[in-house]
Design a protein around this ligand. Sequence first.
Ligand code: AVJ
Length: 332
Amino acid sequence: RHPAHAELTATTDAPDRLDLAREVREGLNKTPKRISSRFFYDAEGSRLFAEIMHVPEYYLTRSEYEILDTHKADLLHCFSHDGKPFELIELGAGDGLKTKVLLEYFGAQNASFTYAPVDISADALRELTTDIQSQWPQLTVNPQHAEYLTAIAQLSQRRADESSRLVVLFLGSNIGNFAPAEAVDFFRTISEALRPGDLMLTGFDLQKHPAVIHAAYNDRQGLTRAFNLNLLRRINRELGANFNLSAFDHYETYSPETGEARSYLVSQKKQTVTIEDLQQTVSFEAGEVIHTEISRKFTRPDIEHLARQSGFALTKWFTDCKHYFADVLFRK
Ligand code: AVJ
C-alpha cells in the first residue's frame, strides 16, 4: 500500500465496545476492582491526554521534547547510517507533538524515510495524519489504527523496501503502563520481529524525587482527574452504565520503592451501579477503589536489564538537563 493520501488501514483491532465489555465484566468482579488504562483513549480521553501534556506538573513531555530537539541531528545520524532510507514506525503516536520535531528536522535534511504512526485512537490518528500531510505533503504516511503488536507484525512483513531499516519509536514512557514482566515480553516480541541493525528508540520516565512524580499525576487544574474519570463516562456511553461521576474521586500513589505511580478511582460512598448492556450491577463500599493505571518509573539498571532480557543491545542514552527522562536507543 503506497497511499499518497493515506487512509486508515481496514484491519482495525483497537479496543472496541466488545473489548470494553469484557474488561468491565471481568475487571469489576476482581478484588481490588480494576480496568486497564488501554481504555482511557476514546476521543475525549485522547483530547484530555493532549491537554495533560501541557500542564506545568506533567514534566514528561517537556523533558522528552528537549531531548529530541537537542539530539535530532545525532538521532538522524543513527537512524540513517550512510544516508540509507528508513521506515519510522511510531507506537502510540497520539498527537505526534514530539515526533514533529524529528519529522521537521529529517525533512529539512532531505532524509529518505517514511512514517507509520500507530494508535488505538482512530480520532487521534486521523487528526495526526491530516495534520502531518498538510505540513509535509511529500512525506509518505502509513497510519495504522491498531494495537502495538499487530502493527509490528504487519510492518515487519511488508517493508516497502527490503534494504531499508525499521526504526521503532515508542516515546512518552508509554512502556510505563506495562507490568515489568509484560514489558520484557513486549520488547522481546518486537525484537523478534526486527532484523539485525533495526532500531528502537524508547522514552523512559526516570525515578526522581517522589513529590515531583506524584504531582505529575495529581495536577492542580484537575486534568488528570478528568482523564481518569472519563473512563466512567466512556463506560456509561458505550455500555449503558449509570456511573455518577461526582460520586467518584481521583486518587494517585507513587512508591519510590517500586517506581510505580498508580491511579485509582475511589467510590465516595456506598453505592450500586447498573451496567445495562452487561445486565450487571456492581456494588461499591465507601472508599473502595478501581485501579486504572500504572505509570512505572525506571532506573538505568532497569533499562539495561530490559534490553538484555529482550534481545536488544543498548546503544545510546539521551537525557534532558534535569535527568528526568531518557530516550534510549536499542539495536537488534
Ligand atoms: C501516556 C501512558 C505515558 O502514564 O504518564 C498521563 C498517561 N496518565 N497522566 C503516563 C497518563 C495520567 C501517560 N502515558
